[in-house]
Design a protein around this ligand. Structure first.
Ligand SMILES: *[C@@H]1O[C@H](CO)[C@@H](O)[C@H](O)[C@H]1NC(C)=O
Ligand SMILES: *[C@@H]1O[C@H](CO)[C@@H](O)[C@H](O)[C@H]1NC(C)=O
Length: 320
């Protein structure tokens, strides 16, 4: 029996990648020794320090040619950088992201004085036993890619605790409204937070000593009315509220005129029902009684029953 095996040869035609990067041309400046722009002798030796006209080079895929089309090489045994007629250019050159010329990834070149005119020849390694050689770098005036921005220094951004009452949290042990239209009247304690053109509310928190070393976030929760089971609120105006920390704790006897000064203003938060806001984050003032004030901005008028039953509403400290 004759078995015919059909071999299907699948020939995949690959388009060879061109392997070419566009040539890019540049001038060089030496930094080190007398420094200055790099020029060329008529024979293609690259030099600086003797006032030669600046030479122009082009780099293509790691190979440098000069403006006369000569291949630039590192002539053995001294590794002198020169461009010779008919020479195949050395591979491994690159222009670093900052513009510095690299030879196989190194920006270190060596320059050694010549006998004539104060010039310096350029090498990657340099001749042994020659006097007066100096370390240099060579910077291209073109063809650099630009270095990536340094990674930002680890910013001391304090983590914020969740603006929900999911983990550890504190509720205010005292809410004291103060009324600018009755500046010396103590309104006493309240279950409501009232924030209107005339009335601001002060909240006292007693942060337990156990929170030492922890992070605290001052959060303001304003659920939608439909999410409330045991609380309610009325809100009109823009919802802009200025929160701040007071310099000392308030008491039930605090009046508008005796509000402790604001130690830290946390700025204005514009509250919209259905949101939770992180007002500020700070190392927990463990073992301390701290007071925060909420005042209306613009025409905000908010009156709510502070309640941590679902859904929680009002000012809290979350701990993490
Ligand atoms: C890079 O290294 C290769 C292999 O050693 C060498 O042939 C080439 O000349 C070097 N190129 C440069 C610019 O130093
Ligand atoms: C507290 O807030 C609730 C909800 O808005 C309101 O019904 C109640 O009248 C308020 N109480 C006071 C004393 O403002």
């Amino acid at each position: 029996m004759k078995v015919l095996i059909m071999v299907l040869a699948l020939v995949v035609g690959t388009h060879g990648l061109m392997g070419r990067t566009a040539s890019c041309c540049f001038g060089l400046t030496a930094d080190g020794g007398p420094g200055g722009s790099v020029g060329q002798l008529a024979d293609g030796h690259n030099r600086f320090g003797q006032g030669l006209n600046a030479a122009s080079y082009c780099i293509d895929n790691g190979a440098i040619t000069d403006s006369s089309g000569r291949g630039c090489i590192l002539t053995p045994p001294t590794t002198q950088f020169q461009c010779d007629v008919g020479a195949t250019p050395a591979s491994g050159f690159s222009v670093g992201c900052d513009g510095r010329l690299e030879a196989n990834g190194s920006t270190k070149f060596v320059a050694c004085p010549t006998e004539d005119n104060g010039g310096y020849n350029i090498y990657t390694a340099g001749p042994a036993n020659q006097q007066g050689c100096v370390a240099i770098t060579l910077t291209a005036d073109n063809c650099k890619t630009g270095c990536p921005a340094p990674p930002p220094a680890p910013a001391p951004t304090p983590k914020t605790c969740p603006p929900e009452l999911t983990g550890n949290w504190e509720y205010p042990h005292l809410i004291v409204p103060v009324d600018s239209s009755k500046p010396d009247t103590a309104l006493g304690t309240s279950y409501n937070g009232t924030i209107s053109s005339k009335i601001s509310s002060i909240y006292n928190f007693d942060v337990p000593a156990a929170d030492t070393g922890k992070t605290c976030s001052l959060v303001f929760l304003l659920p939608k009315k439909t999410e409330l089971e045991t609380s309610d609120f009325t809100l009109s105006g823009t919802g802009a509220i200025d929160f701040g920390m007071l310099s000392s704790a308030a008491t039930a006897g605090t009046t508008y005129d005796s509000i402790p000064s604001t130690a830290k203003d946390y700025g204005v938060t514009t509250v919209v029902p259905g949101n939770a806001y992180t007002i500020a984050t700070f190392p927990c003032p463990a073992g301390e009684r701290v007071s925060y004030k909420a005042s209306a901005k613009d025409n905000t008028c908010l009156n709510y029953f502070q309640d941590y039953n679902p859904s929680p509403i009002g000012l809290y400290i979350t701990v993490c």
